[in-house]
Design a protein around this ligand. Structure first.
Ligand code: ADP
Ligand code: MG
Length: 261
């Protein structure tokens, strides 16, 4: 008998548009990502990369388009309101939000909580896990991050690289279906960048679906199944790493890449 395969993408973005005070920042963004795949997003500063991640993780609203994450529609397809799209009911939005995680450039750890508390707070409060279960998972994740002896430390006692590894562990503790990274190494000294990139690369072995905005071009190429190049609020090119970093003849893309050569 033929096996039925679920081939629907885990992330589907279609004609997404977003503006701030009448300034269009995302102009018509469409792409798909399959479960277990890694997408790198590259592009100059101001091109809309962070805004895109913020729309997909519900930190910003958008006015047009469709977003479907893990089979759930963020906005009701085909329904328009005077503000643009009609968002799904709160319960659906919460489910979608819980299936995504975001790792920020500046770590955003809770400064007054220990590493362990940073990792267990949301699993206990939001997922209603019991304390022991949350702590066991947190310890397992800290071990994976090479931070098993840091659980009692406060964020200010850690290096930037260690803080970023804690924030990755904190995101993983919520068991997201898709993990988004917004320039995860941009705030780090060059010697600390490698340790964080190694951890992210390691997550590909767990078949973690990831969307990574980065200026580390060698990493973006190496880690990705698919690459988007954004400029001026549009996707100028998308394709395999081999295509985007080698075979594309797009002038804007090649001008951008030449800055890193
Ligand atoms: P990137 O992450 O690619 O550098 P951003 O998404 O941060 O780009 O920004 C895209 C554009 O949107 C920029 O012109 C930026 O100034 C503008 N922008 C971002 N956030 C806001 C905001 N909250 N209010 C007004 N304009 C914003
Ligand atoms: Mg940004």
């Amino acid at each position: 008998m033929e096996e039925l395969k679920n081939t629907a993408p885990i992330l589907h973005v279609s004609h997404l548009k977003k503006s701030f005070d009448d300034v269009a920042v995302l102009k018509d963004i469409s792409f798909d990502l399959n479960a277990g795949e890694v997408l790198s997003i590259i592009g100059p500063s101001g091109s809309g990369k962070s805004t895109l991640l913020r729309c997909l993780t519900q930190l910003e609203t958008f006015e047009a388009g469709e977003v479907c994450i893990d089979g759930k529609d963020m906005v009701i397809p085909g329904v328009k309101t005077k503000n643009g799209v009609k968002y799904a009911p709160a319960k659906t939005l919460r489910e979608i939000r819980l299936s995504t995680g975001l790792v920020f450039q500046n770590f955003n750890l809770f400064p007054h909580l220990t590493v362990l508390q940073n990792l267990t707070l949301a699993p206990i409060r939001v997922l209603e896990k019991n304390r022991e279960e949350a702590r066991d998972l947190a310890r397992e994740l800290l071990k994976r991050m090479g931070l098993e002896n840091k659980e009692k430390a406060y964020p200010c006692e850690l290096s930037g690289g260690q803080q970023q590894r804690v924030s990755i562990a904190r995101a993983l503790a919520m068991n997201p279906k898709i993990l988004f990274f917004d320039e995860p190494t941009s705030a780090l000294d060059p010697e600390l960048t490698g340790e964080v990139l190694k951890i992210i690369k390691g997550l590909t072995e767990l078949q973690m679906t990831m969307v990574i905005v980065t200026h580390e071009m060698a990493f973006a190429r190496d880690v990705a199944d698919k690459v988007l190049f954004m400029d001026g609020g549009v996707i100028v090119e998308q394709g395999t790493p081999e295509y985007v970093f080698g075979k594309s003849e797009n002038d804007r893309l090649n001008a951008f890449l030449s800055r890193f050569a």
